[in-house]
Write a protein of this length. Structure first.
Lengths: 134, 134
């Protein structure tokens, strides 16, 4: 898509899994939670109200289908959705699968401890299940 | 609206400011941040994908106008938006004004320290600015 450059920190911390109509769907490089980022392929978006109404609607539908697929693929108990952007201003939406007793439960995952790398077999298996569920 | 009962914990922690087309717009009883909750006036919604596509679209537009009004009324640097629901399962969306150096910056506000009560004058003034900006 024209005019879209991914923030270097988002590029470093996540892996592209697929592109939806509006967003890149990326996997966080942290196996403690099933953790997806949606990044609208638009430049200069910081807040949700910087998007056009059509893009806002697209984002909502992509959020809903991703959240549903994540719940199905991970069997998580609850989905957390959040757009913070305190550290990286390019608009990005987190979609995270949560379970009672997970490392940060019931608190938020952001800023909690240190990321743990996926092993390749687990990442492949999870990614395959997620993309099948989308 | 028929068939809507607010969760008692949300009722205890927040104050109704107004009703939008879909959501109750409520103020968190914590003056550390300008902190709004949107609660869709529908029963049995836990995840965003439990809503109809029309309700999802309404929620998105109400989120955008509330976030924009919050930024305008508070002069905040960044807006954080999140739907977690790990503790209260009734769907509710947080919209929070953030600034460099605020009590939890740059981390998330959820679960951070203890809530501090608004004084009545500050709350009235903020509420008036927010409703005017909506």
């Amino acid at each position: 898509m024209a005019n879209f450059t991914l923030d270097p920190r988002l590029a470093r911390d996540t892996t592209l899994l697929t592109r939806l109509g509006l967003c890149e769907l990326r996997l966080m490089q942290d196996c403690r939670w099933p953790w997806i980022l949606l990044v609208p392929q638009r430049d200069d978006i910081v807040e949700i109200f910087d998007m056009t109404p059509l893009d806002q609607t697209m984002l909502t539908f992509e959020t809903a289908i991703t959240a549903k697929a994540l719940k199905q693929a991970s069997g998580c108990e609850k989905v957390n959705v959040g757009a913070l952007g305190n550290q990286v201003r390019q608009f990005h939406l987190h979609i995270i699968g949560r379970n009672s007793g997970d490392p940060a439960w019931p608190g938020p995952v952001w800023g909690h401890g240190q990321a743990e790398s996926w092993n390749e077999a687990d990442r492949s298996a999870f990614t395959e299940r997620l993309l099948a569920a989308l």
